[in-house]
Design a protein around this ligand. Structure first.
Ligand SMILES: Cc1cc2nc3c(=O)[nH]c(=O)nc-3n(C[C@H](O)[C@H](O)[C@H](O)COP(=O)(O)OP(=O)(O)OC[C@H]3O[C@@H](n4cnc5c(N)ncnc54)[C@H](O)[C@@H]3O)c2cc1C
Length: 283
């Protein structure tokens, strides 16, 4: 099987700060990690390779330091990786991000260099791929749009919120899709894209051998030339969404505080609460 895992490097904090002028995230001075929800996609990809054979390739789009995330994925057991990075890609929204990642996947699998050639710096996957496995969402951007975006640009069947891959065979993948009160069973024709949830597998830790491999492995960096996209189709220019304003919403609730300190005020407070709820048609 050939499996592609797009992973995002995110700040190691939930308190993401935004630049109010440019509308982009402030990444300076914040430790960066693999998006925690992508670790589940990495794990299940490695398990599938262990069961069915083949190769797993990770792709990340981001600044140069996203290379660290790819090396960590290799230390966990991913075979190879590609980094999409160029200043023309900075400021990409979810559309431009999905578009660039989809272009990289097309380039990887429809290489004009011929079978076995390696001019893009990774083995040619001219025969195509079987699965793309994404995380459910990134913990910083939090839209969950990039997986479906890639599927749409590549015209692939997509299964979201996948908690189990039950079976793969005869060009079909049978999966459990989590819903609020249980799960649905879906069958998708391969190649397909799945976004996975944490129920799918417990991520393993990087091994010492993996870390040694990760240090040495060559990870190619692709920009618009290798992706064969125009610079104006990516980055801020290629992004149809704009951050117009960033602000913390003001809480406009007009709270009332009633203090109950003794038996009399407890009883009065209870009466007050009952009246209040009746006025609001809540009782
Ligand atoms: C106008 C505008 C400008 C922006 N500028 C920037 C910017 O300069 N820098 C920045 O980091 N963000 C920027 N963003 C946010 C950026 O669009 C998203 O962070 C990015 O597209 C991913 O979306 P998300 O974080 O919601 O990921 P989600 O859609 O929630 O991620 C879902 C899954 O998709 C995959 N995935 C997501 N992003 C990547 C990636 N980059 N590489 C590989 N796989 C990925 C992962 O598997 C992930 O689990 C900008 C947004 C807008 C609207």
């Amino acid at each position: 099987m050939r499996i592609i895992v797009p992973i995002k490097q995110v700040p190691e904090t939930n308190a993401v700060k935004m630049d109010e002028v440019t509308g982009t995230m402030i990444r300076e001075g914040v430790e960066a990690i693999i998006n925690p929800l992508d670790l589940y996609a990495i794990e299940i990809a490695i398990r599938l390779r262990e069961s069915y054979g083949g190769e797993v390739l990770a792709i990340s789009m981001g600044p140069a330091k996203a290379m660290m995330a790819l090396r960590e994925a290799i230390a966990m057991g991913i075979d190879k990786a590609v980094l999409i990075s160029d200043k023309s890609l900075a400021g990409s929204d979810t559309w431009a991000t999905s578009y660039a990642i989809a272009a990289a996947i097309k380039r990887l699998t429809n290489s004009p260099d011929g079978p076995g050639r390696n001019s893009l710096g990774v083995a040619d996957w001219g025969g195509g791929f079987d699965l793309i496995l994404c995380g459910e969402r990134a913990t910083d951007g939090d839209t969950g749009q990039v997986g479906p975006g890639i599927a749409s640009f590549l015209n692939l069947p997509i299964g979201t919120y996948i908690g189990k891959i039950e079976q793969i065979g005869n060009g079909i993948c049978r999966v459990h899709r989590l819903i609020e009160d249980g799960y649905e069973i879906w069958e998708l024709q391969l190649p397909a894209l799945l976004t996975v949830v944490k129920e799918i597998a417990n991520p393993r830790l990087p091994t010492l051998r993996g870390k040694q491999k990760a240090k040495k492995v060559q990870i190619p960096i692709w920009g618009p030339d290798q992706l064969q996209v125009q610079a104006n189709q990516v980055g801020l220019q290629g992004s149809p969404t704009r951050v117009v304003k960033i602000f913390r919403p003001k809480v406009a609730r007009q709270g009332q505080k009633v203090l109950a300190t003794d038996e009399r005020t407890i009883s009065e407070t209870a009466d007050h609460l009952v009246k209040f709820l009746q006025q609001k048609d809540m009782l």
